[in-house]
Design a protein around this ligand. Structure first.
Ligand SMILES: [Zn+2]
Length: 314
């Protein structure tokens, strides 16, 4: 199931509220999280309920990203924030949820098993419901790219959304991997959602010394030491690493505030560069337009005349 496969062309939210508990990857804090239905055009909004009723809600948009060095933190400087939102954001995009309120009683989204699959399960248990308003999407009209320190990320026009990533690590457990996935016909759930975050054993001590990765373990990350994977059960796919990079990219791009229609490609890219790409796209007003999914479907039809006539909504 994903936004296109859902096929309604309408915004979606949850049918019922649903909760889970878990540990934050970096903080190690145990948190309780409730996802609840939200009204049309409200988007993805976090609330830090442990900070009292006056704490301002935090919309999950690119303007509210305050740190993206290791994971994605949204919030307000000197105010409430939420850490490690990316895998939940990927699950919301992958299941086609436009509007949801996420109440959380701690600083960090639970890491669960290090993938998006537990969130997809949670969302499916809650159920999805189509809302009255049309879903708006961001249609890429011309190529946009960013590059930094040997890494690249780009968006080019396409008839639906696809994400392709390339990675290249010295460890033979990872090596060179590349994969492209179109977000259609349930591919997010079948091919991407279960891919776990990964890290290197030699980095764990350094991260812990910096007060990070306190909740990290072999239960919620793939850990690589030299050319070996330390997890007893091994990998879920031989290319689980690049699949997780695609998962991260899907979550990062959803911070645009709406689904993107276009082709993403990242080479050695990470959260910070993906966010820069979103900012660069949105700042280039000629590079995209608001559209409804139904008009994109018309544009994807057989005749050029139909494509030319496809209405854009502003
Ligand atoms: Zn990740």
């Amino acid at each position: 199931m994903d936004s296109r496969a859902a096929g309604t062309g309408r915004q979606q939210t949850l049918r019922h509220a649903i909760s889970c508990s878990g540990t934050g990857l970096h903080s190690g804090a145990t948190v309780h999280m409730t996802l609840a239905p939200a009204s049309t055009d409200s988007g993805i909004v976090f609330r830090r309920v442990d900070l009292g009723e006056n704490a301002p809600p935090i919309p999950a948009t690119i303007d509210n990203v305050i740190d993206d060095r290791l994971c994605t933190t949204i919030g307000f400087r000197g105010g409430p924030s939420v850490v490690t939102i990316e895998h939940l954001m990927a699950a919301l995009r992958g299941t086609g949820i436009d509007n949801v309120e996420i109440a959380i009683d701690g600083p960090e989204v639970p890491v669960m098993d290090g993938s998006a699959a537990p969130f997809v399960f949670l969302l499916e248990c809650a159920g999805l419901v189509a809302q009255l308003a049309s879903r708006r999407a961001i249609e890429v009209l011309r190529p946009v790219g960013v590059a930094k320190d040997g890494a690249e990320a780009s968006l080019t026009p396409g008839l639906n959304f696809s994400a392709g990533c390339e990675i290249d690590f010295a460890s033979r457990a990872i090596g060179r991997q590349s994969l492209t996935v179109s977000l259609v016909n349930g591919t997010f759930k079948s091919d991407i959602a279960r891919a776990r975050t990964f890290g290197f054993a030699h980095e764990v001590d350094r991260l812990r010394a910096a007060g990070l990765a306190r909740g990290g373990s072999l239960d919620n990350a793939v850990v690589v030491a030299g050319d070996r994977v330390l997890n007893d059960d091994g990998l879920r796919w031989t290319d689980e690493f690049v699949r997780h990079k695609i998962l991260d990219s899907i979550g990062d791009l959803y911070l645009a505030g709406a689904p993107i229609i276009g082709r993403f490609h990242g080479r050695r890219s990470g959260h910070a560069l993906n966010h820069l790409l979103v900012r660069t796209l949105l700042a280039d007003r000629g590079a995209w337009r608001w559209t409804t999914e139904s008009s994109v479907e018309i544009a994807a039809g057989a005749t050029p005349a139909a494509a030319a006539a496809a209405p854009a909504t502003l």
